[in-house]
Design a protein. Sequence first.
Length: 361
Amino acid sequence: MLETEYTLRRRAICAGFRDHKFDALIVSAPVNVRYLAGFTGSHAALVLEPDREAVLFTDPRYQIQASQETACRVRVVRGPLMPAVSRHLARRRLLHIGFENHRISLEEHQLLEKDLPLGASLEAAGSLIEQRRMIKSPAEIELIRRSMLTASRAFQAAIRRIRPGTTEAGLAAEIDHLMRRYGAEKPAFETIVASGPRSALPHASPGPVALGLNQLLLIDMGACQEGYASDMTRTLFLGRPTPRAKRMYHAVLEAQLAAIAAVRDGVATGEVDRAARRRLRADGLDQAFVHSTGHGLGLEIHEAPRLGRREKTLLRAGMVVTIEPGVYLEGFGGIRIEDTVAVTAAGCEILTPVSKEFTAL
Ligand code: ZN
Ligand code: ZN
């Protein structure tokens, strides 16, 4: 990511201070520090102030890394960071201090408050930065696309290696290994491989069970590459698909395509969710669709917006979201189809390049 992009992000956040009447903002969530300063360490606080260089506080473990990764001024602090942050704010005589109330521990809040000068106040800033992170820059979309390509390659190579006796856990390990070999830092979340009736558990953990013949096989996976997550699910059939499995698969695919067709700049996220549900209702399967249609992703695997039934957030060009309807029938199994898509003015671009035809292995 170019340094200018971080500078622009910090400037945009500071420009919003007037609405909130903040003199400064303390950013303490590592993912938000990374978004605004490029620093990838796990322990830092960033102080933003309009028209001044941002200051990044971290501990001695990160001294070298911070100087390499960020153009912000770096302060290395021994012990907890927050007392040093509040002494800095006091020296600057700043009074209205925004902080990430949903991302800070009670202890950090107390440490911060202790050294603040009289008259200064800590004010909840909420998810100010998460709101901005919803809209991705072209550079970010490119990174998500690359992460998705890595995951897709790993998926395709891994399913070719399925042999009699391959277990869920073995296949999940193979997928994770291939993602790293193809350029990912790590999986974006714990890879899900669930076969047969276990695929009816939307968040099944891969077990030591051998993949059985004439069963569904659900794989939900994603890479974390250059910090950016990708997410996809495909459901396959081991053996010759039964008519019931085929019918269910096509219902889910139609629902997924209906939801994708609804995606466009200006459409409410709830509308996309309802498009999927409406299609499943036609097949009597809407009761078996037990989660929301999708979620945003980027530096984190689950970000705003959520694509749920009652969500009102409007989709905007530049958002990257998943579209992942599924149906789950106890004793039979589950089918989910998930793509990562980038919202555009006229619709969306599907970033997951893997076929959605019902594949039998
Ligand atoms: Zn997924
Ligand atoms: Zn997902």
